[in-house]
Each structure stands twice: as C-alpha cells, then as structure tokens.
Design a protein around this ligand. Structure first.
Ligand code: GLC
Ligand code: CA
Length: 577
C-alpha cells in the first residue's frame, strides 16, 4: 500500500469554543488574546491545527452560528487585527488555524437578509428562501409546509412586511440562504471564504455541509411526532439534488487555490453518499464528520431524550467501524472525534465518573481515539477529562437555544399532563445527559475562583468540579490525563503508518466488556500491526492475544501490569511483528 501523506491527515486538531476558552480582559467572556496566551500550552500538548468555532460578528442567538457580518469579528472577542496576530503567533509555532464556515444561513441581522426582507422586488429577495402562505378552508394562514427546525420549532416564519414566510432550518434568527442563486453563492465565496484565506487561514470546518441543496418541491414530510405541527424534514434538506455540484464549485472557485483543509459536518448520510463528499477524485472536501460515534446512546437527533437503556460497548465498536471503514480501499479520508461543541462530554458517556476510575478511564478513551484511522479532533477540556454539568443544577443554568427550545416545546405539549412532574424528572435527566451546554462551560485552568478562566463570574457557570479537574494540577502531575494525552499523541505520530493511516478491524465485536482491534497496512495478515485491547468495565478481564506474533508494548494507562489480566479500565497498545 502506498500511503499518500498530507499535513491535514497527520494533524491533531484542537477545537476552541471562543466564549469559554480563556478571558483575557476580565469581562467574563473568552476572547482572541485569551487564545493567544495559551498557544504554548497547545503546542506542548501536541496540537498541529486549531479549529476555532465562529468568532464573527453576531447577535449570538446560536453562539455565533448566526453571523451578521462575515468580514468582522465579534467585538467582545476582538478585531480582525487580533485575528492577524493569532494567525502569526500560531504559524510561528507551527500551528495552523482553521475557521468555521457557516453558510447554510446567516443571522437575520445580516445586511443581506435585511435587504431581502424589505420588499418583494429587492435584488436580494431571492438570496433567501421565501414562500407564500397556505390557507385552509376557514381562511387560516399556515406555513408552506410542515418542516421542523433542529431547534424544536416550525421551519418557516411569517414576515408581515411582504406577507410571505422565510425558511430557517435552525433558529428564527438564522434564515437559510438560497444556494440556487449563483449571485448568493459567489457572495458567500468572496466574503465568507476568500477574505479569510487571503488573511492566511489554513482551511475551514464547514457547518452543516450537506444541507445547502433543498428539494425545490418543498413537499410535506410524513408525521413522526403526532403531538406537534412540525416534523423532521431531513429527507428533503440533507444531501439534496445539487449538493455535490455546490461543493465542487466551492472547491474549484475557492479552496483549490490554497493549500487548505476542509472538514464538513455531515449528519444523516449513507456511506455511499459520504464517499461522494470525500473521495479525493471528487474534489469536494478533505474529510467529513460522521455522527456514528457521538450518536451512540441517543434516541432521536436533536431531541434530548433520555435513552431507555444505557449504551452498549458493541454499539460503540460498530460505530467506530462505520466511521473509519467506509474509506477502506478508496482515495477518501476520515475523521476521529468523540466530542465537539454540540455533544456532551465523552467521559460522562463512555468513561467512568467513579473517582477510583475517572482518570484511568479518560486515559483509556485517549488510547482508543489516538489509535483510530483518520484526522483526530480533540475538543477543549477533553484533554483534562472535563465532565458534564452536575445533575443537581436547575434547568435555568442551561443557556443553549437548542436546550431551551426543546424544553419549552415539551412543556407546551405536556404541561397539563397529570404526571407532568414525573415526566419532567426524566426530561431533565435526558438534558443532563445530552445537552450541548455540557461542552460549553468555561475551561478549567486552575483551582482559583472561576477556575482561572476569568477574574469575574463568567457568562456561563463553571462546573463545580474545577478544584479536582483543572489544567494546572494536571500540568504538575506527570501521571495526569493531560500528560497521557500528550504521550499518546506522540505514540500516534511515531506509529502513524498504522495508527493514523492504517486500516481498522474489530476483533471481539460481541464482547461487552473488552474492546480489541487491530490496525494494519495492506491486509489483515501483514506485519507489523498494532493490537489494541481496552477493558471498558470496572471488573478485571482476561487478557487475550487475539493475533499471532511477537508483542511489544508501546502504550498503556497503568504502571504495573499483570500480564494475564486487564485491570478495570486498563488499556494496552502493542506492536505485533
Ligand atoms: C451546526 C453547529 C451547531 C449549530 C448549527 C447551526 O450543527 O455545529 O452548533 O447550532 O450548525 O449553525
Ligand atoms: Ca473577554
């Protein structure tokens, strides 16, 4: 097998959520100088690329995923000049910088939308998706169809000025752009992409990259949730008829001009469709995020329902395999991620919160991720095992629009049920497991008040556990999760032909206690290969050599090994010749 090495395939990417990373000026909100002040920390961890979530000007209804000006920075984060300093400081340390490209929609405060909504004959009218109301026999006005947003609301909002509805697949204040119009697409390429490439950014994470091409018939969808008027509409909004044409155009007109990486967020996607986005010969995107792993232990996408049963190890194995296997034998590339700003903390889902095993299980998860095929993404705080918000906190501490809307919609439907209070308990448990808020609490830098994130009370509350879990204490402890991540990232690079580029195979799919797999080049029999075995339980397990050969231990999360037994949450990585 000849490996085609590329900087973005090798890279360890670290995602920064600007609001919660580091506050430099004492206003309780993270900012760009705060990020600059931590670049050496990231360098020492082994980070090659930073992906920065939106830092553009925005009313912040969806934390910056509602952009009002692509060419400006949100003033509380800093300025375009601060971004130039960040780029210089990162580049001088050999770190690249990737921004978030949010172009399925803008904010309703964007000047394009203000013009578009102003009249039927405005020249930007067609830059968004406008439709006439529907009327029933009694003359009541209804939206053009029954589509739902991802935030528990109808996807159409009525605008009195012109007596029409506009489409928004997220919040009301995030109107969808009309990608059918070439003028809109060119404006996006210019303002949202070329402007930043010319300033020196190294690529983009592409927000909801498979949602730009809507089925232009705008048909009603089947009813999935009979108790509400709006329904999931992914069949008409995801991977639509022109989506690949749009990505090819974006690549040809913009991305191909730079030595850039792109990574598309692609939910609800078959493996065949996935290949079309990331096969190198298709010239669309470098790689995509699929949702198999993060969807383990959830019921419905975008609904924060508590699953009836806990997740199973066999499901995690299957999900990992789905995410890295679809590229086997192709020219496509994949990604590895267990967390991002939309997901709960991985330690709270896949690890152990029992103090006895908490850090050990976090290291186990690091061993798993650093051995998987594709570009690896770490989310801020994951490297110190930051956990979900405490179950004791009230619903008022949850500030995310998805959580707020989901809860409000549920109260609207069930507020008068006789067993409301009992149901509410379960709903809150679901929110405590799955809400996006869990990823968005301030990074815990040290044990001082507000976790050293800010000298004042931050915009969102610091997790109660910051005295036990913080960067400073882990920097001082050679056995910490943080140092283990740094070490495991080195091991990943030292054995990159197997760990980053090699093919993956699960060896014990039905085992619900131990997770073992191999990484190999060419085919399953070729040597050397990597053999990884991980005990995902708080019971000892038998250690089994599931492949033949000469074993050399290259990484493990315990000091003393009992060769025959995997202690609770013990993991081992061997190179087998
Ligand atoms: C993506 C983002 C999410 C955001 C949504 C709308 O899913 O990751 O945070 O709310 O798009 O832009
Ligand atoms: Ca600040």
């Amino acid at each position: 097998m000849t490996i085609s090495y590329t900087w973005w395939k090798d890279a360890t990417v670290y995602q920064i959520w600007p609001a919660s990373f580091k506050d430099s000026n004492g206003d309780g909100l993270g900012d760009i100088p705060g990020i600059i002040s931590k670049l050496d920390y990231l360098k020492n961890l082994g980070v090659d690329v930073i992906w920065m979530s939106p830092m553009y000007d925005s009313p912040q209804d969806d934390m910056g995923y509602d952009i009002s000006d692509y060419k400006k920075v949100y003033p509380k984060y800093g300025t375009v000049d601060d971004m130039k300093v960040l780029l210089d400081e990162a580049h001088s340390r050999g770190i690249k910088l990737v921004l978030d490209l949010v172009v399925n929609h803008t904010s309703s405060e964007h000047r394009w939308f203000k013009e578009s909504r102003s009249s039927l004959d405005n020249d930007k009218r067609d830059w968004y998706v406008w439709k006439k109301p529907k009327y029933d026999a009694e003359g009541n006005r209804h939206p053009p169809n029954n589509w739902s947003t991802h935030f528990s609301e109808p996807a159409w909002t009525y605008d009195e000025t012109t007596d029409e509805y506009y489409l928004h697949l997220f919040a009301k204040s995030q109107p969808d752009l009309n990608w059918e119009n070439p003028a809109t697409r060119n404006a996006i390429y210019d303002e949202a992409m070329s402007f930043w490439f010319e300033l020196g950014v190294d690529g983009f994470r592409i927000d909801v990259a498979n949602m730009y091409s809507k089925d232009q018939r705008f048909l009603d969808v089947p009813i999935v949730f009979p108790d509400q008027s709006f329904q999931p509409c992914m069949q008409y909004t995801h991977n639509g008829p022109r989506i690949h044409e749009f990505h090819k155009e974006m690549f040809e007109k913009v991305t191909s001009k730079y030595d850039a990486m792109t990574v598309g967020e692609v939910a609800f996607c078959s493996r065949e469709d996935a290949l079309k986005y990331v096969s190198a010969k298709e010239k669309e995107m470098s790689m995509i995020f699929l949702f198999d792993v993060v969807d383990v232990g959830t019921v419905h996408a975008n609904r924060l329902e508590k699953p009836a049963n806990p997740w199973k190890l066999s499901e995690l194995k299957q999900a990992v395999e789905n995410q890295c296997e679809f590229i086997k034998g192709t020219d496509a590339w994949s990604t590895v991620f267990f967390e991002n700003h939309d997901q709960p903390r991985s330690i709270s889902k896949f690890g152990s919160l029992n103090p006895k095993y908490n850090f050990k299980s976090a290291k186990l998860l690091a061993m798993l991720q650093t051995a998987l095929t594709g570009t690896l993404y770490i989310y801020q705080g994951q490297e110190i095992a930051m956990a979900n918000l405490p179950a004791s906190w009230s619903i008022d501490e949850y500030l995310d629009i998805m959580t707020i809307n989901y809860y409000r919609n549920w109260v609207e439907i069930h507020g008068k049920d006789a067993d409301f209070e009992e149901q509410k308990k379960v709903i809150l448990e679901g929110i405590n497991m799955l809400a996006r808020d869990h990823a968005r609490s301030p990074v815990q830098w040290d044990a001082s008040e507000y976790a050293g994130f800010s000298p004042v009370a931050p915009w969102t509350r610091v997790n109660d556990n910051y005295k036990e879990i913080n960067v400073e204490s882990q920097l001082n402890d050679p056995n910490s999760v943080l140092h283990f991540w740094a070490k495991s990232l080195k091991v990943r690079k030292e054995h990159k032909d197997l760990l980053i580029y090699g093919a993956y195979k699960t060896l014990d799919q039905d085992n619900e206690q131990v997770y073992s797999f191999i990484k190999y080049q060419n085919d399953e029999t070729s040597s050397p290969k990597a053999f990884v075995t991980l005990n995902f339980s708080d019971e000892p397990a038998k250690f089994e050599r599931l492949v033949e050969g000469q074993y050399t231990l290259v990484n493990s999360n315990v000091d003393v090994q009992d060769e025959a037994t995997l202690s609770p949450y013990e993991g081992r990585l061997y190179i087998v010749d």
